[in-house]
Design a protein around this ligand. Structure first.
Ligand SMILES: [Zn+2]
Length: 226
């Protein structure tokens, strides 16, 4: 188990549940173990996708979602779907200093996600105006009005107590032959909003902090809503 450097005292019961009960069941783990099957039972070497969305899906399912929320994308493996689901319920915090469009909260300057929040990394054009709006998940979706940036990765925030050095819990680690779920140290540059991201062809590029799901604001069924 990883405890935030700022302790557990100020955290909601829901956040403590995520950090102390849910994550330790499956992090760390690796492909082939029973714990990793909880994150993604279908992945195998060469599957051609990473399993990061499996961890946020597991956390959401343990906190409890209705069929309606599941259809909206909460508790599913889709990365864009997770953000769409949070936008639909007013729980998305967009990490942008520029006003955009849509129903969302803009993170005040210097604000960081709290332990237990689900963070999203993105890359490319469209972040300021698109990443705060519902984005297309499948052919035929009428969205988006404003095309967002590419969602690259999702995971769970464990510690941002030292704002430039974060601890996160992430699936989709390891390689295309051996996926793992691990606690990861990440460097965050609060000046640019970029942090060390996920493995790409050129190594570990910096990725933009797109925003996060404020888990206290999402109406999960665990009875601990904020
Ligand atoms: Zn973005």
């Amino acid at each position: 188990m990883r405890i935030p450097s700022t302790g557990l005292g100020g955290l909601s019961p829901r956040r403590r549940n995520i950090l102390c009960e849910i994550l330790p069941e499956v992090v760390p783990s690796h492909y082939g173990s029973d714990a990793f099957k909880e994150i993604d039972a279908g992945w195998k070497p060469g599957s051609g996708y990473t399993t990061c969305g499996g961890l946020t899906a597991l956390v959401a399912q343990r906190l409890g979602v209705t069929l309606e929320m599941r259809k909206e994308g909460m508790g599913g493996y889709g990365l864009t779907g997770l953000r769409n689901a949070a936008l639909r319920r007013g729980a998305w915090v967009h990490a942008s200093s520029r006003p955009g469009h849509g129903q969302y909260m803009c993170a005040p300057p210097g604000a960081l996600p709290q332990p237990g929040d689900m963070y999203v990394l993105c890359s490319g054009e469209g972040h300021d105006f698109g990443c705060c709006t519902i984005q297309r998940e499948k052919e035929g979706d009428p969205w988006p009005r404003f095309l967002g940036a590419k969602v690259e990765h999702v995971g769970i925030v464990v510690d941002t107590g030292c704002s430039c050095l974060w601890v996160t819990a992430d699936a989709g680690q390891g390689s295309s032959q051996m996926q793992t779920a691990e606690y990861v140290l990440r460097n965050f540059d609060s000046g640019t909003g970029y942090m060390t991201g996920e493995q790409g062809r050129e190594g570990k590029p910096m990725r933009r902090l797109c925003g996060w799901v404020d888990v206290d604001r999402y109406p999960y069924l665990d009875g601990y809503g904020g």
